[in-house]
Design a binder for this molecule. Structure first.
Ligand SMILES: Cc1cc2nc3c(=O)[nH]c(=O)nc-3n(C[C@H](O)[C@H](O)[C@H](O)COP(=O)(O)OP(=O)(O)OC[C@H]3O[C@@H](n4cnc5c(N)ncnc54)[C@H](O)[C@@H]3O)c2cc1C
Length: 433
């Protein structure tokens, strides 16, 4: 299908094929959604919930969707894998959404097709690019080979194995370095400190001047206090220059311009949370991007110069009311999904689309086992009450009502039961929310 801005014909009506036309009726091409994360999966679910939804094909290589904001609770065993990472097969069952377990390698926007790494060529009526982001090692030597990441179930398992090893071997001066004091680094440091219970020193390394530079002041202060209570060492103005087996090379550049120094720190592990880069497939003709590689989008989430292509989430550059690109967060992707589902249906029907309007609902961070901090909608709250409110808020954000109900039922049946039924506790076990 050729892509032209004037081609507004959605799916052909089978009845039209017989009326003066000799062409046999062909089923309409689906809306193809590339990537089943917050942007892609929630767009597919929102489309499926509309009246007369178009055919939808989700292309996603992984077996399970991962609700990333709750990955820390999976690490600490406060939540279970099926709750945080439900299978696509179960999420999409009876929704009328086709799922192809494959990866899109390239997009031919002129032909209206995508090609997958397994060699399939798939036509689309509209294409949604929702391929998110991946860890960025900024070319620093050794990060790829020696540092752990924290974004997948496999990462959680690796980190849990490391925690178990450190707790079991009880050598003096065991040490873990977490690189990046953004939300991921801070949340991870607090959970790890609770899990390790003094069996290792935790170093939180940040090249900037402070932790959580983009967070609300209240959450930053709560985070600072939570790290202090757990004896996590925060090293600001410190850059990682290299990672080797068993050690990390740090460069400290004092704020006032004093003499910089380099230090080799012996570590039992390094966890890299220091930045992300986008993961868009190759698009021809080339799509316009910003300097970070994000696809430049119109306010209705369609790509600049590609009216039948849309993007959302981390891979999309969508400007807020001040012209600044919206942050790459689940909250943004989640809201965009609903708007995009409407716009896809409007576009297919030849109707005008509507701009995405970001509604900042606030910010929540987990700060150790059973603790969190949140600000938003006129509320500031920290501690265990914030932890419970955060869990309940995320319960309402889990993909699809059936999964929400399954998780809620599990939590209700857990009420009153200790989190760690046998064996030694990993931290201060809270009751499940
Ligand atoms: C540990 C962690 C905690 C976080 N906590 C929070 C939080 O508390 N609050 C918050 O707002 N945000 C949080 N975020 C950020 C948030 O998760 C992301 O902003 C959000 O996931 C972006 O959604 P997305 O759909 O753009 O990308 P993703 O959710 O990353 O999904 C991208 C999907 O695309 C798939 N994919 C990639 N390339 C291809 C391809 N070529 N073909 C097919 N599929 C492909 C991937 O497998 C993946 O499933 C967190 C992130 C991490 C890593």
């Amino acid at each position: 299908m050729a892509e032209t801005s004037g081609d507004r014909t959605p799916f052909p009506n089978p009845a039209d094929a017989g009326a003066g036309s000799t062409a046999p009726w062909e089923p309409p091409h689906p809306v193809v959604i590339v990537g089943g994360g917050f942007g892609g999966l929630y767009t597919a679910l929102a489309l499926a919930a509309r009246r007369d939804p178009p055919p939808v094909l989700l292309v996603e290589p992984n077996e399970r969707f991962v609700f990333l904001p709750l990955l820390y609770e999976l690490l600490s065993d406060e939540l279970r894998a099926w709750e945080v990472a439900p299978r696509y097969a179960s999420l999409l069952a009876s929704r009328g959404i086709a799922w192809l377990r494959d990866r899109v390698a390239s997009v031919d926007a002129a032909a209206g097709t995508v090609t997958t790494t397994q060699g399939r060529c798939l036509p689309y009526s509209r294409l949604v690019v929702a391929t998110g982001s991946r860890a960025n090692d900024f070319g620093i030597p050794g990060v790829g080979g020696h540092a752990l990441q924290f974004r997948s179930l496999e990462d959680v398992e690796r980190l849990q194995a490391l925690v178990q090893r450190l707790r079991a071997q009880q050598r003096p001066l065991q040490r873990l370095a977490i690189v990046g004091a953004g939300a991921s680094g801070v949340e991870l440091a607090c959970k790890l400190a609770d899990l390790l219970q003094g069996h290792a020193v935790l170093e939180l390394v940040e090249q900037g001047a402070e932790l959580l530079p983009e967070a609300r002041a209240f959450n930053r202060e709560q985070a600072r206090a939570a790290l202090l209570r757990r004896d996590v060492r925060l090293r600001t103005h410190t850059r990682v220059e290299g990672v080797e087996a068993g050690r990390v090379r740090l460069r400290h550049e004092p704020a006032g311009g004093g003499a910089a120094n380099t230090e080799h720190l012996n570590v039992d592990g390094v966890v890299w949370t220091a930045g992300v880069t986008v993961a868009a497939p190759a698009i021809t003709p080339v799509a316009a991007t910003d300097r970070r590689g994000r696809l430049l989008c119109h306010p209705d989430l369609s790509l600049v110069q590609h009216p039948h292509l849309y993007a959302l989430g981390d891979v999309a550059h969508v400007a807020d009311a001040d012209g600044e690109p919206l942050a790459g967060t689940a909250q943004v992707a989640f809201q965009q999904a609903d708007n995009l589902a409407d716009n896809l249906i409007r576009s297919l029907a030849g109707e005008p689309t509507t701009p995405f309007r970001w509604n900042d609902l606030g910010e929540m961070i987990s700060l150790g086992i059973g603790e969190a901090s949140l600000t938003g909608l006129g509320l500031t709250l920290a501690g265990s009450a914030a932890y419970r409110l955060r869990q309940l808020t995320y319960l309402g954000r889990l993909p699809g009502l059936p999964h929400q109900l399954r998780v809620a039922a599990g939590w209700l049946s857990d009420l009153g039961r200790p989190l760690f039924a046998t064996g030694e506790p990993a931290g201060t076990p809270p009751p499940r929310p």
